[in-house]
Design a protein around this ligand. Structure first.
Ligand SMILES: Cc1cc2nc3c(=O)[nH]c(=O)nc-3n(C[C@H](O)[C@H](O)[C@H](O)COP(=O)(O)OP(=O)(O)OC[C@H]3O[C@@H](n4cnc5c(N)ncnc54)[C@H](O)[C@@H]3O)c2cc1C
Length: 381
């Protein structure tokens, strides 16, 4: 089949690999001018590990494995460690793999067969499904090109254009979880050693994470939904700075300065996508576009991988009957999505307690779990 995929993120590349290696003719359109490589480490968990293995990528993924969360500790205002991340609670198993998003994007892109090509700097503008007997979907691109495809996959992330065009406006399916995440580069700290730190004030966290010669300031804060222009970097920086206004303890002022200075600053809400069905006619959604579980779940990448595999396997099984294949894909993937989307609240409450008393109680509970960090508390035994 002649298949168009919107988005060259994890889901789009995984679909291109799975479908291309099964002999389909695949075009990926990515509106970025190149692969988008930013992002903090992501996780591959559970059956997504087996999926990566079936794709022939597991060894390469293992080579890039990080252990960032294990090296992360909560600190007090003097920077003294007070508790560790409870790995046993946030992991599915010891087999979970943490790696840089950019490493996974590169591994997937390098594995693409000749039957799959990526077109950068373009995006779908209109889609017209000619119906069951109409022979395909007519597409007009922002570049002015046109094309007809047997199937169109929306793998274009949380703000999917394909979803908007075929399934309706974002606000109908987006569920805001009341939290924002912001990331800023810390070039001055890239080479320094030490554990990753998270510091809390009520409803907010600021942290420093280091990996592979990079250091990143990480912020999260609780907030009602904020209306802003996704392309206006200064407006996004202002949202972060306003959220931390008046907070000067630990390293907060210095980390906010880094955010002000970073041209690659990144702000995103924690939000989920809930849709009763991920397919309509010859169009189907994969990954965050159809079922974002929010970064708080740590499972968005795993869902993108299993989704790509189930979709490709079911298209292979059902031959030309894409309607049956889409239904079977959805039946296999839905339990994974429900599981991931249900598991965001404990992560949010642990990371962003709402009062000083709740912060102290969280630390005490983590210490009781045996997650006492390295540092002064351990040396006083
Ligand atoms: C730049 C970036 C940084 C990220 N950082 C993190 C992080 O730090 N932590 C975390 O947990 N998750 C992060 N994510 C999200 C994470 O990658 C996904 O939740 C998960 O991997 C599922 O992947 P996905 O392919 O469904 O979506 P994504 O990885 O978001 O990929 C979607 C792709 O579609 C492209 N796209 C969007 N709109 C269009 C359009 N109209 N036309 C064509 N292409 C389009 C995007 O440029 C992107 O390449 C990030 C995503 C991106 C794009």
């Amino acid at each position: 089949m002649n298949i168009l995929i919107s988005g060259a993120g994890i889901a789009g590349l995984a679909c291109a690999l799975e479908l291309g290696t099964r002999g389909h003719d695949v075009t990926v359109v990515e509106y970025g001018r190149h692969l988008r490589l930013t992002g903090t480490p992501i996780d591959i968990r559970g059956d997504a590990i087996e999926t990566a293995d079936r794709m022939g990528l597991l060894a390469k993924i293992q080579e890039q494995r990080l252990r960032m969360s294990e090296l992360t500790q909560f600190v007090d205002s003097r920077g003294e460690p007070v508790a560790r991340i409870p790995m046993a609670e946030i992991s599915d198993s010891d087999d979970d793999i943490e790696l840089l998003r950019e490493d996974l994007v590169r591994i997937l892109a390098d594995a693409l067969p000749d039957t799959a090509a990526i077109r950068f700097g373009d995006s779908i503008e209109t889609l017209t499904d000619r119906g069951v007997d109409g022979g395909g979907v007519d597409v007009r691109f922002a570049s002015g090109r046109t094309g007809r495809y047997d199937l169109v996959l929306g793998a274009d992330g949380q703000h999917s254009a394909v979803r908007r065009l075929v399934f309706g406006p974002e606000e109908d399916c987006l569920r805001h979880l009341g939290v924002y995440l912001a990331l800023a580069d810390l070039p001055g700290e890239a080479r320094s050693e030490g554990a990753n730190s998270i510091y809390n004030v009520p409803r907010r966290m600021a942290g420093v994470f280091r990996y592979k010669g990079r250091a990143v300031a990480v912020f999260q804060f609780r907030s009602e939904p904020i209306d802003y222009d996704h392309r206006d970097l200064d407006a996004q920086k202002k949202i972060l700075i306003d959220a931390f206004a008046g907070h000067r303890s630990w390293r907060i002022p210095e980390l906010l300065d880094a955010a002000r200075a970073d041209p690659g600053f990144f702000l995103t809400p924690a939000s989920q996508i809930h849709l009763p069905s991920w397919h309509r006619g010859r169009v189907v959604l994969v990954g965050d576009a159809g079922y974002s579980p929010a970064y708080l779940s740590g499972r968005g990448t795993s869902l993108a991988l299993t989704g790509a595999r189930f979709l490709a396997e079911e298209l292979e099984r059902c031959g030309d009957d894409h309607t049956a294949a889409f239904a079977r894909y959805e039946a296999r993937q839905r339990p994974y999505v429900d599981f991931a989307q249900d598991r965001v609240h404990s992560g949010r409450d642990r990371m962003l307690p709402t009062t000083w008393a709740a912060i102290a109680a969280r630390n005490k509970a983590l210490q009781a779990l045996g997650t006492t960090p390295d540092g002064p508390q351990q040396t006083t035994r």
